[in-house]
Design a protein around this ligand. Structure first.
Ligand code: ZN
Length: 321
């Protein structure tokens, strides 16, 4: 029998993994200087809530045994889970620690030391622990079956996507008589960790597949997985733990992608709907060539290499689709 009066009995490793993933995505630990001589520790997770208190914040609070408060709505309909006391902040980080990524661990460690140092004016000193740690025995006791490890990983990934994930339909190629074709994609950006390797993003690759792209700044990384099959697979893996908002976003992207009108090239038109410029013979038979597409591809390839667009004497002649 589990003693239900004991809060520790309510801790669940899979739920904690989800919460750690969510904190890896959206959480932060920082130090307030309310008075010049006094520093206060705070953990915070922000989430926009157009329809009221976000479900994921309530879930997070329940997982960390009801610690912290939920404030809001503040500016731009943002809600915040916050732990403002040293004890609650430290206990929350301790609960999440096992699955928490190195960036958020380091951030918390620095904040704890900064706040802790204000008591180090010589009067108080931590005592040496009487028992030595025996980490190997602890690890052995906590060894997980492969299935349990996989469940914990997927719950962590669901939490991270609840925080930072986006299911969307980025614009792909333009088409003549139809709206532009859109790709389907799930992505997540790593937030606020200058100079750190994207460890949490590599973890996502390991758990869900996909790849890491770099954008602009050297520390600006994004995890990306494209294609209907891939997105559906990701959704199936994280669905048991993923919050309602991201589930709906994923469904909307999948439906939007499927609802697109496809066009295929035929004997007279290319896949974008241009009339072919000419037909030529190749070793494998007749090939159709579309000059308009060749121009478009050439232009995007020059743009990728950083070559400036050519100047047009007559702008009206520029192909825009
Ligand atoms: Zn074409």
């Amino acid at each position: 029998m589990v003693d239900d009066r004991c809060v520790v009995a309510r801790l669940h490793p899979v739920a904690l993994a989800w919460a750690a993933g969510f904190f890896d995505g959206e959480g932060s630990t920082f130090v307030h200087r309310s008075r010049p001589s006094y520093r206060r520790l705070e953990l915070s997770i922000g989430q926009s809530g157009p329809d009221g208190v976000p479900e994921v914040l309530l879930r997070f609070q329940a997982v960390v045994l009801g610690m912290g408060t939920i404030d809001g709505p503040e500016a731009e309909r943002m809600y915040f889970w916050r732990a403002r006391t040293f004890v609650e902040a430290q206990a929350t980080i301790a609960l999440l620690w096992k699955e928490l990524g190195p960036v958020k661990r380091q951030q918390a460690g620095i904040a704890f030391r900064t706040v802790g140092s204000q008591y180090e004016q010589g009067r108080l000193r931590a005592r040496r622990p009487r028992l030595r740690h025996r980490p190997h025995e602890l690890h052995a006791a906590a060894a997980l079956s492969q299935a349990a490890r996989q469940e914990i990983d997927r719950a962590w990934a669901a939490g991270f996507l609840d925080g930072e994930g986006h299911f969307g339909l980025p614009r792909s190629r333009s088409r003549v008589d139809l709206p532009a074709w859109r790709r389907i994609r799930v992505s997540a950006t790593q937030n606020g960790s200058p100079g750190q390797p994207a460890v949490v993003l590599s973890k996502l690759v390991r758990i869900l597949g996909g790849k890491i792209e770099r954008h602009g700044e050297p520390d600006d990384h994004r995890w990306v997985l494209e294609g209907l099959r891939g997105v559906e697979r990701v959704l199936a893996l994280v669905r048991p733990w993923l919050g309602t908002v991201k589930q709906l976003q994923a469904r909307g992207a999948i439906d939007g992608f499927a609802a697109q009108q496809r066009i295929r090239g035929d004997a007279t038109k290319c896949a974008r709907g241009h009339s072919y410029s000419h037909v030529y013979m190749s070793k494998s038979g007749p090939k159709r060539r579309c000059k308009a597409c060749a121009r478009l591809l050439g232009r995007s390839s020059r743009a990728r290499q950083g070559v400036k667009p050519r100047k047009f004497t007559n702008v009206a002649r520029r192909y825009t689709f």
